[in-house]
Design a protein around this ligand. Structure first.
Ligand code: 15L
Length: 272
């Protein structure tokens, strides 16, 4: 596995992963709607808009594995989510099938299950509780991935990514932080582990406050090294400056849950 396409190369996660995946996959091809800044002479870039099937099909030519970070990475209007994350994700899997791609990593999100309370630990086999249109699009992508795996034989891995960065930035992120180096480990399992059909793993580091039972990832060989708790003081200092909100603070998805919220929170809390 050398010819790997990474979509969303100009985005937040893509920018971190460009430099880390290149030494692992020498044939790495970067793709996005716009050219990333500071593209190196050793980097290959193919411009592709996910809503245009011909462009994404061209980017998939000769590709063995795809790491799909492309699309809308936060909550958006229905039209934005529909185009980038629903239609765009479908176009990506269709292009992968047509090109004979063997493996796909789908960047799902903690927001696919954001409406679980922070007091509840959840395994990967949990009923989805998306906290936003964005979260719903991630549930859709996971479903699409499973369908392409079982119907078309593409090995697909959905990573429910927490928050990727060099360190956790507040109290919530102490539970869901993912270091870029640990994301490389998860991607390598998805692209390289023999006989893989369809897997779901939480994209989090070794966080003492984690809400996720990631034992399935452990069984697949995941050994994270980042520890959120190493950054506790700075994260809690940043947290002290944030405005508190009862809905955000109660649910795992944080502000994504509180945005546009119109239920009766005390009632919902008692039924969660
Ligand atoms: C995500 O899924 C988003 O892509 C990212 O921007 C963060 O909001 C992250 O979740 C998070 O929950 O911190």
């Amino acid at each position: 596995m050398q010819r790997v396409l990474m979509t969303g190369a100009a985005g937040g996660i893509g920018t971190h992963m460009r430099r880390l995946l290149k030494p692992v996959y020498s044939g790495l091809v970067l793709s996005d709607m716009k050219r990333p800044e500071n593209l190196g002479a050793d980097e290959t870039f193919v411009q592709a808009d996910l809503t245009k099937p011909a462009e994404i099909e061209a980017a998939c030519k000769g590709i063995e594995g795809i790491v799909h970070f492309g699309g809308y990475s936060v909550e958006g209007t229905w039209e934005q989510i529909l185009q980038a994350n629903i239609i765009g994700c479908y176009n990506l899997f269709e292009a992968a099938r047509k090109a004979g791609v063997k493996r796909v990593i789908f960047a799902s999100s903690n927001h696919a299950v954001g409406f679980y309370p922070r007091s509840t630990g959840i395994p990967t086999e949990v009923i989805p509780r998306p906290d936003s249109r964005y979260g719903v699009s991630k549930v859709f992508g996971e479903g699409l991935g499973a369908m392409y795996a079982y119907k078309h034989g593409i090995g697909v891995t959905s990573l429910r990514i927490g928050n990727l960065g060099t360190e956790p930035i507040d109290e919530r992120r102490l539970s869901i932080w993912l270091s870029p180096e640990d994301l490389v480990k998860l991607i390598r399992i998805g692209l390289e582990k023999p006989d893989l059909v369809y897997e779901v793993m939480y994209g989090v580091s070794d966080n003492a406050r984690s809400w996720y039972d990631n034992s399935h990832a452990t069984a697949l060989g995941y050994r994270p090294e980042g520890k959120g708790e190493d950054y506790k003081e700075a994260a809690m200092a940043a947290q002290a400056k944030l405005t508190r909100d009862p809905v955000s603070d109660f649910y795992q998805g944080g502000t994504f849950c509180a945005a546009e919220y119109s239920a009766d929170f005390p009632t919902m809390k008692s039924r969660s």
